[in-house]
Design a protein around this ligand. Structure first.
Ligand code: PMP
Length: 302
């Protein structure tokens, strides 16, 4: 489902068939989860063009992740963006999910490598968490402690934590997990950042113990355009349960509202929330479609 016999990937400077592409089974990345990656989306814009949303931000984060992990990185952002557009073209994809991965050579020791490798894969992907309001569960897993991991980096190994939390939530009959940080403040989802709404104002966890999401930054940008009050701060699960509404946001998930957290249902109908306005603005922004910056005020009058 991710690829077929015709799919092309970018592999270390060449465009090759995914089915023929090889990597070293002795790679330090496979054995120790030591690789970094990005999750990016491209969209078909209103002008029928293919646009990688926030391409610069994603490829800069990829480089920063590699630097944080001491992985050699010799690519320029421009060459990787150009290569990604070419992979999209060769796979005839406009609306796509894009996954660049920087990985390590064969190395069973913990010694720093002299080189890294890259693959860029693209495939069609629906919103990662679906399009229905989510029933979210507070995870028994905490996010990795920033004193143990470079939490601001998108490193493969961190995602073992995400997989454990997400699988636990699904096993308990929920749609997705919400993880706290090592101080019991709300952190983020396994693959998305979180916002909540209280009395018309939005709140989101401050940076420090979370992945600095590019969608989170886009939501803050939309809030500033629409003059929606928003605050970054640390908050507890009790404060979140007392909210009017909440949503996850991330490149793969886009903006998706919550129905409930554990056994607490959010009282405000999603269609009447600030989150819904943000969701609509976001879906316009990614395809370069104009949206009314004054929607917030219209919403208040309604
Ligand atoms: N937190 C985590 C743990 C993630 O994996 C992601 C997805 N990259 C996000 C937040 C959202 O980040 P972004 O908006 O940059 O996709």
């Amino acid at each position: 489902m991710y690829y077929n016999e015709n799919t092309i990937v970018y592999l270390n400077g060449e465009f090759v068939k995914a089915a023929d592409a090889k990597m070293d089974l002795y790679s330090q990345s496979l054995h120790y989860g030591y690789s970094v990656f990005e999750g990016i989306r491209s969209y078909k814009t209103v002008n029928n063009e293919t646009k990688i949303f926030k391409a610069l931000e994603h490829f800069e984060r990829l480089k920063n992740s590699a630097d944080a992990m001491n992985m050699p990185y010799h690519w320029t952002t421009k060459e990787l963006i150009d290569a990604t557009y070419e992979v999209l073209k060769r796979n005839s994809l406009q609306d796509a999910y894009i996954r660049p991965v920087i990985y390590a050579p064969a190395n069973m020791s913990f010694v720093k490598n002299k080189k890294s490798f890259i693959v860029i894969e693209v495939w069609q992907m629906q919103p990662f968490l679906g399009d229905k309001l989510l029933r979210v569960m507070t995870s028994s897993f905490q996010r990795p402690n920033p004193k143990g991991f470079k939490i601001q980096a998108k490193a493969a190994g961190h995602y073992v934590n995400s997989i454990l939390a997400s699988q636990e939530a699904k096993k308990e009959g929920f749609d997705e997990a919400l993880l706290l940080d090592m101080n019991d403040y709300v952190a983020e989802g396994p693959g998305a950042n979180v916002f909540f709404e209280k009395d018309g104002k939005l709140f989101t966890p401050s940076l420090g113990n979370i992945l600095p999401g590019i969608t989170r930054a886009t939501v803050l940008e939309i809030c500033s355009e629409m003059q929606i009050p928003v605050e970054e701060k640390q908050f507890t699960i009790d404060e979140l349960k007392n909210a009017d509404a909440a949503f996850f946001c991330g490149t793969a998930a886009e903006v998706i509202g919550w129905e409930s957290l554990d056994d607490t249902k959010f009282p405000k109908p999603w269609n009447e929330t600030v989150g819904r306005i943000i969701q609509e603005a976001y879906m316009h922004k990614v395809i370069d479609k104009a949206y009314k910056k004054e929607s917030k005020r219209e919403f208040e009058r309604a």
